[in-house]
Design a binder for this molecule. Structure first.
Ligand code: SAM
Ligand code: SF4
Ligand code: SF4
Length: 357
């Protein structure tokens, strides 16, 4: 490691490098309307994905630079063969304080115990609706039962602090806010509603389909009575609230009330491109530094680099970071989908399911 690194490493807006999302595959077994609305997708070639050894090496470099929270995501992370082995390898890194996974839950029940045994700390399961037919329409797959079974499986395997994340879309599932809260209460999981974002793969996004945090709160107050703010935990993006009976839930208001000012998150795609913001259109090709061969089409061949060289590249890029993607989007008078389908087809790295949500 370079000896003169400032600790903690901060970007131009004073934000530390602390939270890393690792996309372990770009493939998915669902086709959510807000993430993968098209019929056909271009996948990253399998041989181009980083091996577990390469992923662990990158994580080690990032944790030396200050990262303490790691989230495995995708695509659907449980589609990556033997992902529990990767989890076990990552637990060897003592700097990781929080090792979590975001999954759509389809394959979770069958892997819950193995993942727990491997050392996975926490899990967030995405579920947008309690209605089977609506699930089929929203995900274009008939997997509702398997997703529902993920919550009990998480509890039985001994996971604590499980979260249920639901993207709220007007005209689709926005009538189910209270039902989802009740489901969370029964299953001992904290529900977080996510405002529909105009990110990357959301090619059919429109402001009209966004239900804002204020509207969600208003609707829930009509049902439950006065809602109060609850204590925040860490730098999690969700604002947390308390119902009169003490039930806690969260809202992630990235669209109408972005939180870029405190954002310590960055993301690595399954083939090793590092993005310092969800909305960034350019990333740093770390695979090229690891292997000497490029992950991005127009990058040239070069020599493989040492850990120390790679750390210097990452540190320098973080110090230069001034991204505020969601805030910039929110300041526009007219908003439409961020990136069109043609551009996404040319560069799958721009997809949410490639980059990792
Ligand atoms: N496949 C896994 C899953 O769905 O949980 C992990 C990856 S997915 C990209 C991570 C999260 O991103 C999911 O909770 C999903 O709901 C969220 N997401 C994807 N597209 C979104 C959008 N347009 N607006 C808001 N959230 C979105
Ligand atoms: Fe849905 Fe996650 Fe798959 Fe995107 S990556 S389509 S959010 S399950
Ligand atoms: Fe962070 Fe970019 Fe998301 Fe803002 S838009 S919260 S800077 S990842």
């Amino acid at each position: 490691m370079p000896a003169n690194l400032p600790v903690p490493l901060r970007d131009r807006l004073g934000r530390p490098l602390e939270s890393l999302r690792l996309s372990v595959t770009d493939r998915c077994n669902l086709r959510c309307l807000y993430c993968m609305p098209e019929e056909d997708y271009v996948w990253l070639p399998r041989q181009e994905l980083l091996s577990f050894e390469e992923l662990v090496r990158l994580v080690d470099i990032f944790t030396e630079l200050g990262v303490t929270r790691l989230r495995l995501t995708g695509g659907e992370p449980l589609l990556r063969h033997n992902v529990d082995r990767l989890v076990a390898m990552l637990t060897q890194n003592p700097r990781i304080m929080d090792l979590a996974m975001t999954t759509n839950g389809v394959l979770f029940a069958e892997q819950a115990e193995t993942l727990k045994r491997a050392g996975l700390g926490r899990v967030t399961i995405s579920l947008d609706t309690l209605q089977r037919e609506r699930f089929r329409l929203m995900t274009r797959r008939d997997e509702h039962d398997r997703v529902l079974s993920a919550f009990g499986a998480a509890r039985r395997a001994g996971f604590k602090g499980t979260k249920l994340d639901a993207v709220v879309m007007r005209g689709e599932n926005d009538g189910e806010l209270a039902d989802l809260i009740e489901f969370g209460h029964k299953n001992d999981v904290e529900v977080r509603f996510i405002e529909y974002m105009d990110v990357l793969g959301a090619t059919k996004w429109s402001m009209a389909k966004v239900v804002s945090r204020d509207e969600m709160l208003q609707r829930l107050e009509e049902r439950y009575g006065k809602i109060r703010p609850a204590a925040e935990t860490s730098s999690a993006p969700a604002s947390r609230f308390l119902l009169p009976d003490g039930t806690v839930f969260g809202i992630i208001a990235s669209t109408t009330s972005p939180f870029c000012r405190t954002c310590d998150r960055s993301r690595i795609t399954a083939d090793g491109v590092w993005y310092r913001c969800l909305y960034a259109t350019n990333g740093t090709d770390l695979r090229k530094l690891l292997r000497g061969t490029a992950a991005t089409a127009n990058a040239s061949r070069g020599a493989a680099k040492s850990d120390s060289d790679i750390a210097s590249v990452i540190a320098e890029a973080w110090r230069e970071r001034e991204d505020r993607g969601a805030e910039e989007r929110a300041s526009r008078n007219h908003r439409e989908a961020f990136i069109g389908i043609e551009e996404l087809r040319r560069d799958p790295h721009l997809e949410m399911h490639t980059r990792g949500g």
